[in-house]
Write a protein that binds this ligand. Structure first.
Ligand SMILES: [Zn+2]
Ligand SMILES: [Zn+2]
Length: 291
C-alpha cells in the first residue's frame, strides 16, 4: 500500500472521525485523500467528514450527521444494560455552537445538542448518562448507571462528577445507586419499590439458602430471574429447591422474570403490596408479641 494511504488510514483511525482540515494540517493533499477514499482506506460519510473503513455502523451514522455517538447508543456500545424499549434509533450528539449542520436524509436518528464540541467518535460516559436522563428519564438513567458501576467502567470520581452535572432534583438517583446490583432488572425493581416507599435489603446471604436478590421486611424474599427460557429445567429445579429450603426456614419467596418486571409491572406491584398489606413480610406475631 502506498505510504500516503497508510498515513491517511492511521490518522483517521487515531481521530475516529476526521475532517478535511485534519488531513490538510497533516500535509495530506486533497488528491491523496480522494485516492484513499476510492481505494477504501477510509470512508467519506459526508462532505469533508471521514471515518475509518472499519467504523461501526452507528458511528458512521452519527458522523454522517456531522456529530458523534451519544446517549443510549453510546452506552449500549459500552456494553451497559439499557432498558429494552429502544426502537433501534441512533442517538447523535451535535455541538450547539458552531454552524448547525443539515441533517442527512429522512432518518429515525435522535439528535441531541450539547455545549461542548465532542471529540473522537462518541461522548464521554458522564455526558452520555446525563444525556440519557434528559432523553429517556430516571429509570433508564438509573439502570444504566448501576450497570456502569457494576462493570466498574466508572470510578467514584466519575460518579461524583456525574452527580454534579445533573439537575439537583435527580441527584438522589446517584446517591441511591449501588456498585453491586446484579442486573438491570434488579435495579429497576429496587427503584420502582423505592418510589412506593418500600426499601429492600439487597444481596442478602441466608444460611442454608444462599444469597438472595432482596429481602423485604423480615421474611419475604424477592428474586429477579433474568435467565432466558431455554436455560431450562435444571435451573428451574434449583429454584424450586431454594424456595423449599427458604420455606423451611420460615421465609416466603416471590419470583419475577424480565417480562413481568418490564412489561407487567402492575402485577408485580400488586403481588408485593398484597403481602405487605397483610403483614406477611414480617415475623409472625402471636398475641401481639414476636415469637
Ligand atoms: Zn440519521
Ligand atoms: Zn437520547
Amino acid at each position: 500500500m502506498p505510504v500516503d494511504l497508510v498515513r491517511i488510514q492511521r490518522l483517521c483511525s487515531a481521530l475516529k472521525i476526521a475532517r478535511t482540515s485534519d488531513f490538510a494540517r497533516a500535509g495530506v493533499s486533497r488528491h491523496a485523500l480522494a485516492v484513499a477514499v476510492r481505494e477504501g482506506s477510509v470512508l467519506r460519510v459526508r462532505e469533508g467528514v471521514f471515518v475509518p473503513a472499519d467504523a461501526l455502523p452507528e458511528v458512521r451514522t452519527a458522523a454522517a450527521h456531522g456529530g458523534v455517538l451519544g446517549c443510549i447508543s453510546r452506552l449500549r456500545l459500552a456494553g451497559l444494560w439499557v432498558l429494552d424499549d429502544d426502537d433501534g434509533s441512533v442517538h447523535v450528539v451535535l455541538p450547539r455552537h458552531g454552524h448547525r449542520r443539515r441533517s442527512h436524509m429522512d432518518c429515525t436518528c435522535v439528535v441531541h445538542w450539547v455545549a461542548a464540541d465532542p471529540r473522537g467518535d462518541r461522548t464521554t460516559l458522564v455526558e452520555a448518562l446525563r444525556c440519557l436522563l434528559a432523553c429517556r428519564g430516571e429509570e433508564s438513567f438509573f439502570v444504566a448507571l448501576e450497570s456502569a458501576m457494576r462493570k466498574r467502567i466508572v470510578t467514584e470520581t466519575v460518579v461524583a462528577r456525574l452527580r454534579d452535572s445533573i439537575p439537583s432534583k435527580w441527584r438522589w438517583l446517584v446517591d441511591f445507586a449501588r456498585w453491586d446490583a446484579d442486573s438491570g432488572l434488579e435495579s429497576l425493581l429496587r427503584l420502582r419499590l423505592r418510589t412506593l416507599g418500600i426499601t429492600l435489603a439487597s444481596q442478602v446471604e441466608i444460611p442454608g439458602v444462599g444469597r438472595v436478590d432482596f429481602i423485604l421486611g423480615d421474611r419475604l424474599i424477592l428474586e429477579v430471574d433474568g435467565r432466558l427460557n431455554h436455560e431450562g429445567v435444571s435451573m428451574r429445579h434449583k429454584d424450586r429447591v431454594r424456595d423449599a429450603v427458604a420455606a423451611a426456614h420460615g421465609l416466603d419467596t416471590l419470583r419475577f422474570d424480565h417480562a413481568m418486571i418490564v412489561h407487567e409491572w402492575p402485577l408485580v406491584e400488586a403481588a408485593i403490596l398484597a403481602r405487605i398489606d397483610r403483614g406477611l413480610h414480617l415475623e409472625r406475631r402471636v398475641g401481639g408479641r414476636a415469637r
